[in-house]
Write a protein that binds this ligand. Structure first.
Ligand code: ADP
Ligand code: MG
Length: 237
């Protein structure tokens, strides 16, 4: 079966710094792929380049059989490839519900349909009771749920998550993970950058290890963490 998401030789430089040095990665439909690697190894840059927030200096991105390398970020999102940010930024002066209604989702043309879908998503993520609160009143963890809720308005096939549980209290972390697993059961593909190794071990089918802008190992969590070059990368050797 053809991969759902594939990058081939993806390269991104900032001046003399090579942040992504030829990243070739292939994710199957329905998979959960973990990406780990030390700080500064190019994980967030990779997400930005894949989703059109940065223009790559070389290489290609193919999603669902289509070359999306040069598309704008909103076009890529509408094709079903969505992403979250390490730092979330909802519209703080809008309510939680208004934040969802502000998303331009091509599947939901009629306002009543859009409201209904927003209601379902808020229920699914257990934040329906906050629907009329301003986003600025939410905790950091709740804002991460709101960001996820906004993505779900696009009905994405694949979601790239950049540190979804960082800075979130354990109870809310568990809820976020539980919801992600439920979505994966229904067929959503995930690529997840996380520093929490327990989470990656539990959640990811396969893991790609980044170091200095390259992939240095790939396999199951146990396979990659057994490799000495992966241990060395984390020890800064
Ligand atoms: P990670 O997410 O793995 O911690 P990043 O992708 O954020 O790593 O960063 C990779 C490298 O690229 C780092 O050296 C970082 O300083 C640099 N970098 C990232 N974004 C930019 C940018 N917009 N301008 C200049 N350098 C950047
Ligand atoms: Mg990062």
């Amino acid at each position: 079966m053809a991969p759902l998401l594939e990058t081939d030789g993806l390269r991104k430089t900032f001046g003399a710094l090579v942040a992504n040095d030829g990243i070739s990665l292939s994710v199957k439909d329905g998979e959960v792929r973990g990406i780990i690697g030390p700080n500064g190894s190019g994980k967030s840059t990779f997400f930005n380049t894949v989703t059109g927030f940065y223009q790559p200096d070389g290489g290609t991105v193919t999603f669902d059989g289509e070359d999306v390398t040069r598309l704008a970020s909103h076009e890529i999102a509408r094709k079903g490839l969505a992403r979250t940010f390490q730092i979330v930024s909802p519209f703080e002066s809008l309510t939680v519900r208004e934040n969802l209604l502000a998303v331009h989702s091509k599947g939901l043309r009629v306002r009543s349909e859009k409201r209904e879908r927003a209601g379902e998503i808020l229920e699914f993520l257990d934040i329906a009771h906050l629907a009329d609160d301003e986003a600025s009143e939410m905790s950091g963890g709740q804002q991460k749920l709101l960001e996820l809720a906004r993505l779900l308005m696009l009905d994405p096939k694949c979601i790239l998550l950049d540190e979804p549980t960082a800075g979130v209290n354990p109870a809310l972390q568990k809820r976020i993970l539980d919801r992600l697993l439920a979505m994966n059961d229904r067929g959503t593909t995930f690529v997840i950058v996380e520093h929490d190794m327990d989470l990656i071990r539990e959640f990811a089918d396969t893991v790609s290890v980044f170091d200095q802008g390259r992939i240095i190992a790939e396999g199951t969590f146990d396979e990659v963490t057994a490799e000495s070059r992966v241990r060395d990368a984390y020890l800064g050797a």
